[in-house]
Design a protein around this ligand. Structure first.
Ligand SMILES: *Cc1c(COP(=O)(O)O)cnc(C)c1O
Length: 386
């Protein structure tokens, strides 16, 4: 039997082959390849989808964060609050503008930060907070916004995993000072290469970003301040416009899979002791200790479906023997990375604990019903211990 891949990105192309091929070939024939009509069309489409005033296409998700920090004037001497458990890009962007990284421990149940953990870390130097909607689950933003108000603290959301997620009924992307997006191929909305964007309602930030992404130029060969090259190209923008039409459908397929897994786990959790004996290839120490919950304010984009376990190697081996690929997001927290040695002595026990125990199950929009059933069957055999 063919194994169940963790994520089948190619299947997204196969589903839309004709439209994508046409869109790409029309760009190639059009003769304009960077920051042209297709980029503008996607920017308008993404702004409309997020219900926000402005969208600026950039080279990738890291650049979106980096340029948003630059546009906000964050730099040396400033402190920026970031989650202790996130993809390394969030930390790197802060590092790159010369600001000081202040790690915030997440709520171990939702894996995202909350105002309670943010408040005690705010100082006179705090200039920005970067909430990350990790795994597609929105952060509770309102209480964090309340903390930021009147303190001239900028909120830049890292929404790289949250395309289409909703916070209190509104799509992520429209309500903070700036929201950074990645369209890396594996994201819920993914290009066939690198791509990113920043959305904002501020005309001032929008025009700064427009300059910053293109050498600080207001017009060709006229730079008003130092910028970078982080331009979105026409091919990626055209692909993104095609895929955007499927985003809601693909996200609802993800939600369907998530609901299925959660039902299986909850059923095991309640039937508890009457459980049939464990399969032979499942180590007795393997238990699932937590699974995703969705907060009352949240509609998740289900970028990832992450459970925690007592024995990750054992769990991965069991899935592997059932022909199912799993992932780990993320195995090494930023403060344990060689790149951030200076943070090695920080006590961030929640990030450490999560990095040791998390496992991601296959949840892509192109997971077939049969594949989902195979994952569910394997999942049903694993004891739950909360
Ligand atoms: C993917 C991702 C990024 C970076 O995006 P790239 O396009 O790969 O640079 C940033 N933050 C988070 C949370 C991500 O998942």
């Amino acid at each position: 039997m063919k194994s169940v891949p963790f994520l089948d990105i190619h299947a997204g192309y196969v589903e839309l082959r004709k439209e994508i091929d046409d869109a790409i070939s029309s760009v190639l024939n059009g003769g304009s390849y960077i920051l042209g009509d297709e980029v503008r069309r996607f920017e308008l489409g993404w702004a409309e989808y997020c219900d926000v005033g402005y969208c600026l296409g950039v080279g990738n998700g890291y650049d979106a964060l980096y340029l948003a920090l630059l546009a906000a004037g964050v730099g040396e001497g400033d402190e920026v609050l970031v989650p202790s458990n996130t993809f390394i890009a969030t930390w790197m962007a802060v590092h790159s503008v010369g600001a000081t990284i202040v790690p915030v421990e997440p709520d171990p149940r939702t894996h995202v930060i909350d105002a309670g953990a943010v408040a005690p870390l705010i100082s006179r130097r705090t200039r920005a907070i970067i909430p990350v909607h990790l795994y597609g689950h929105p952060v509770d933003l309102d209480p964090i916004r309340e903390l930021a108000q009147n303190r001239s603290i900028v909120i830049i959301e890292d929404a790289a995993q949250a395309h289409g997620a909703k916070y209190r009924g509104s799509r992520i992307g429209g309500d903070s000072d700036m929201v950074a997006w990645s369209f890396y191929p594996g994201k819920n909305l993914g290009a066939f290469g690198d791509a990113g964007a920043v959305t904002t309602n501020s005309q001032e930030y929008a025009s700064k970003l427009e300059y910053l992404r293109n050498y600080g130029s207001v017009a060709k060969y006229s730079s008003v301040f130092p910028g970078v090259n982080s331009r979105l190209d026409e091919v990626q923008a055209a692909v993104l416009s095609v895929k955007l039409r499927c985003l809601d459908d693909w996200n609802s397929r993800r939600a369907f899979v998530a609901e299925n897994y959660t039902n299986v786990i909850q059923e095991s959790a309640t039937s508890g002791s009457v459980k049939k004996s464990s399969p032979r290839n499942l180590d007795a120490s393997v238990k699932i200790t937590s699974w995703p919950t969705v907060a009352t304010w949240a509609e998740s984009a289900w970028h990832l479906y992450v459970v925690r376990t007592t024995n990750r190697l054992g769990l991965a081996e069991f899935f592997h023997s059932a022909g199912i690929s799993t992932g780990i997001h993320y195995p090494i927290p930023p403060h344990r990375q060689e790149a951030f040695k200076a943070f090695a002595s920080r006590s961030l026990p929640i990030a450490d604990e999560l990095s040791r125990s998390v496992v991601s199950l296959p949840i892509g929009p192109h997971l077939s019903k049969g594949q989902m059933a195979r994952v569910s069957e394997a999942l049903a055999a694993i004891p739950i211990e909360t």
